[in-house]
Design a protein around this ligand. Sequence first.
Ligand code: GLU
Length: 476
Amino acid sequence: MNAVKEPSFRESVDLMFNRAVALMDLPPGLEEKIRVCNATYTVRFGVRLRGKLHTFTGYRSVHSEHMEPVKGGIRFAMGVNQDEVEALAALMTYKCALVDAPFGGSKGGLRIDPREWDEHELELITRRFAYELIKRDLINPAQNVPAPDMGTGEREMAWIADQYKRMNTTDINGRACVTGKPINGGGIQGRTEATGRGVQYALQEFFRYPEDTKAAGLSGKLDGKRVIVQGLGNVGYHAAKFLQEEDGCKITAIIERDGGLMDEDGLDVEAVRNWIASHGGVDGYPKGKYIRDGAKYLENDCDILIPAAMEGVINMSNAANIKAPLIIEAANGPVTAGADDILRAKGCVIIPDMYANAGGVTVSYFEWVKNLSHIRFGRLGRRQEEARHQLIVDELQRLDAHLGDKWVMTPNFKQKYLRGAGELELVRSGLDDTMRAAYQAMRETWHSREDVEDLRTAAYLVSIGKVATSYRALGL
Ligand code: GLU
């Protein structure tokens, strides 16, 4: 038994919050106001399935309403409980503030194992849960806007949006009641992979600063770095895939529910994902070394560790054995407050969840704006931009003809330059910009203050500062 008790997820978030506010000068009472969760609604509802009435328990927690709507995903998992939903809602508040997404924080959860139910049953359950939340304005484009999380995706979001539409037939902004919808149901290009893309952009930005890279005991660029990924779900898969295919990283271990795979020469992310899809797990994958106790691979030697599965996987029982000099928290709360102390003391650099996985909510923000403006991004300007580029290309071509062999236009230049930005390009550009700006705000605090030792404390300082400013503007 550990002499010091492992804090719960919510206690962990509070402990990390307290560490940061101790370094701030907040007016009395405001600290408490920001920390506490405003309200958590618990609902128990019945759905008749397979000839019998089944009762389900769901939650929607609202952490902070300093800005509305409040925002945050809905997860479907057996482990869902009030403590978890409240911790996740608090993280949403800090996350949105850090990346300047104009929302308060919220989170929802339904205690269910989605794999136990078929699609039609899941639809009935989801619609019923949504009904309970919609009628209390806990799903509403102006007040509370859910999104996907663990165990949910665009299919569930489409059911929720449709349920809202049925109950609010004249709300012209109804589609903005939920984000992460399919493209043909009011979604936005690039939302599905947004969290994984954000993890990639976060790492790219980190490696732009030799001073920060050095703080983690690393050097050089992302290219060639050995990466371990835990969880090949939506977030882990996209992060690992982009890092492998676009940044030259080597994925040396993949940890999944049923075990871990390791290959120092690098695993093919796409092939492993396909294997999981057809075999239900990583066991039996023809390459690499498989072990049933996959969590052991968290302790392998590597450059970057990406926990992308769930909370608490790096805790006081394994933190001392973690060898990764750099951890990027793609999941919410994967490192407990106790483990954070141990890792910090070892000199490990942790890129914290509230920043690392903020790509999802950032693109959700773009989707919400798109729904409210009722127009696709790029629709007005794209052709005009292309026409202006055409002018320059025509001019360059004239020069090309005039100068003959003395100057030759770069092959492909015309094709690349002529293409105006469509929705996907704009979403990526907005996400990249957001991830860079938020990182810069964190590192500025990290390096400019003697009393700030780590990026997590810096992230809390930046975000709590922004929430406090909003409260002050409200006269509180
Ligand atoms: N569930 C995601 C998160 O934890 C996305 C939330 C959203 O897009 O509102 O950040």
